[in-house]
Every structure is written in C-alpha cells, then in structure tokens.
Design a protein around this ligand. Structure first.
Ligand SMILES: [Zn+2]
Length: 328
C-alpha cells in the first residue's frame, strides 16, 4: 500500500482535513435533518457482547468538498438507499453522525470513539465551544462514565477524541475517570510530529490531559479484551488507525472507524476522500475492507453513519455493492 513519504505534505493534508471537519459542517443554508438525527433503538447484541450507540451530534457536509472530483451524480443515482439517513439530495450534502459506541463484554465496558466534545476551541462554528447533551445521552443509554474500563479512539482526529476529556473548574480532566485509555503509538507519534494550529489545540485539550493524568496505556494496534472482542490495526485513513472486531457465539461485527465515512464509499471505495490524511493509503485500506466485508455475516458499524447506523455490505445481481442497514 503506497504511503506518502513527504511528512510535510502529510501534515498539510492533515490540517486541511481537520479544518474541513471543524469548519465545513454547519451552515444556516442547510435544512434540519430530522431523519438523520433520529435516534433508533441503539443497542445490538452479538453473542455475549452488546454494542450501544451514544450520539454526540449529527450534521451535513458538502458532498463536493468531501469527495473532490468525484462524479456526484452517483449520490443521486443511489438515493433509494442513501436517502434520508446518509444523503440530502436538495443540499447535495452527505450526513454525518458523531457518536461513541459503548461495547460491553461480560467483564468489560469499552468506549469506542469520543465525538467532538464540549467547550472545545475548534476551527468552525459546528464544534466550536459546543454545549451538547452527550453526557445526558450517555446516562440515558444506561451507563455512567465511572463504569467505563477502557477508552479506544479509532484515531486521533478531533472528531473522535473530543469526549476523552471534559472541562471541570477550568481544567481538562478525563471524562471516564477510571478507564485506561488505549493510545496507538504510531497515531500519537503522527500527531506529535505536527503540533501546530488545530492539531495542537486538539492535542492540548483532548490527549495531553489524559497522558498527564496517567490514564494512558500505549499499544501497537492490537489488544485483546477477551470474550471475542479485540482491537485490530487498520492503518490508512491515519497512520495508526484501529478498528474493533467482535466475534461471540458465531455472531460477528466490526467497528470500522473512518475506513469508510459515508455508505456511498461502499459502492465507490476508489473515490478520493477529503478526510483521509493519506489519500492513497486511505483508499487502499477502504478497498481492502469493502472486499473483505461484502456478502459476509459481519455487521458493520462505521464511525459516522447516522440513523439506523448498523448494516451489511451487500452486492446486487449486477455486482454493485450497497449498504443495507439492519432496518432497511
Ligand atoms: Zn471522523
């Protein structure tokens, strides 16, 4: 898989992606997306393991910016399965959800990805100084921050690390005070190579306070939680990107992070994606992932799919793939 060797170019690409994540999500011109924001019954069971979605926020993103140069007519041509949860044809916007998954084994409670967070200084109006109800949503889902044993961010873009910390009396403290935070060594090294601007801001408010609190365990991309739940490396979108694989009593699922951002990428994994820090590596990992998960008995949970969220990658008679949600 080709990797960009020019680290300065990678840093620029990373900053552009982060700026886009912070700055392109909110616009008064966009209508509300009630269908995408609707919360479905959000706990799924796989043998002895459950997966619960806890939403931080949802929002639109201009499709032409997300997929530079792509033939965007493909979104309209696949409206039958992309609308209303994943695409707004009137606004030409793809729809994002930012959420955590709380994974429970008989022994462990694991939080996967941490959304945008509250009170954070960010580049755009959508996430900047946000005051959202994530912690209430977390409680409504039946969990307390104190019961979380592990936190795993699939990668360190700021839309995945926000709720690593929260602001208490003017200080950033770990949101999950008893958890071990599993940091990927390559991912952290990538961030620490380019500590300027938005990257440094997110590092200072969402990563460094966890390190300084002594809550971090460094890993190299793999970690076995037992009961069929394990972290597997999936580099591409970022250098230390990780996914979480579940296999319990014959039931399988994969929490894929940002290998795929919108279901159209199941049909077109070859499209360039703005958010991929390394465009070629991201595309290669996406292609591999889609090939490996088509027409197999594995439920896919992507980091940004809203609405019913969970689904399968399925091929039609003509060989083209689509994402079939579990309530489709
Ligand atoms: Zn993301």
């Amino acid at each position: 898989m080709p990797h960009r060797s020019d680290s300065r170019a990678a840093a620029v690409s990373r900053r552009a992606a982060l700026a886009a994540l912070g700055g392109g999500l909110a616009s008064a011109a966009f209508p509300r997306h009630a269908a995408a924001a609707k919360t479905y019954p959000a706990t799924w069971r796989f043998g002895d393991v459950t997966v619960t979605k806890v939403v931080d926020l949802t929002g639109p993103f201009d499709a032409a910016r997300a997929f530079p140069g792509a033939p965007l007519g493909e979104l309209d041509a696949n409206a039958d399965w992309l609308v209303p949860h994943f695409y707004d044809p009137a606004a030409k916007a793809i729809l994002f959800s930012y959420h955590s998954y709380v994974v429970r084994t008989p022994k462990r409670t694991i939080v996967v990805d941490c959304g945008q967070g509250n009170d954070k200084t960010r580049g755009g109006p959508f996430a900047n100084m946000r005051r959202g109800p994530y912690l209430q949503n977390f409680a409504t889902a039946g969990f307390t921050p104190e019961q979380v044993d592990f936190v795993m961010c699939t990668h360190f873009h700021s839309d995945h690390t926000g709720w690593n910390t929260r602001l208490v009396d003017g200080r950033w403290v770990p949101t999950f005070p008893k958890a071990r935070y599993l940091f990927n060594r390559a991912e952290l090294a990538g961030v620490e190579k380019s500590l300027t601007g938005a990257v440094k801001q997110a590092y200072d408010d969402s990563l460094l306070p966890v390190i300084e609190a002594g809550r971090v365990d460094m890993i190299d991309g793999g970690y076995d939680f037992g009961h069929g739940v394990e972290i597997v490396p999936s580099p591409g979108h970022t250098p230390g990107h990780m996914s979480l694989a579940i296999a319990s009593k014959g039931r399988r699922a994969i929490l894929s992070g940002d290998i795929i951002h919108n279901p159209i990428e199941v049909l077109h994994p070859e499209w360039e994606v703005l958010f991929d820090q390394d465009k070629n590596a991201g595309r290669a990992q996406r292609q591999t992932f889609v090939d490996a998960h088509t027409d197999v008995d594995v439920t896919v949970f992507a980091a940004h799919f809203g609405g019913p969220t969970a689904g399968r990658i399925v091929s039609r008679k003509d060989g083209k793939r689509w994402f079939k949600t579990l309530v489709a």
